[in-house]
Design a protein around this ligand. Structure first.
Ligand SMILES: [Zn+2]
Length: 65
């Protein structure tokens, strides 16, 4: 059986989100089990999406920093 876990999305200007790797439900907190599909969660995977957001932002500003 495939392990289900939260994928933690960290954002620059928003609170972190936790996304169920099975059904894609987005939660504000890493619950022990997914409230939508009921899967019991293993470890949380950290997904530093704020890095991409940071890069997008520096592209908006002048590129010299
Ligand atoms: Zn789920």
């Amino acid at each position: 059986m495939k392990r289900v876990r939260w994928i933690q999305k960290t954002h620059l200007f928003r609170a972190d989100e936790y996304i169920c790797s099975r059904c894609g439900a987005v939660c504000a907190r890493p619950y022990k089990a997914c409230p939508r599909c009921g899967s019991v969660m293993g470890r949380t995977k950290y997904d530093p999406s704020w890095v991409d957001e940071m890069e997008g932002m520096s592209a908006l500003l002048d590129s010299d920093w």
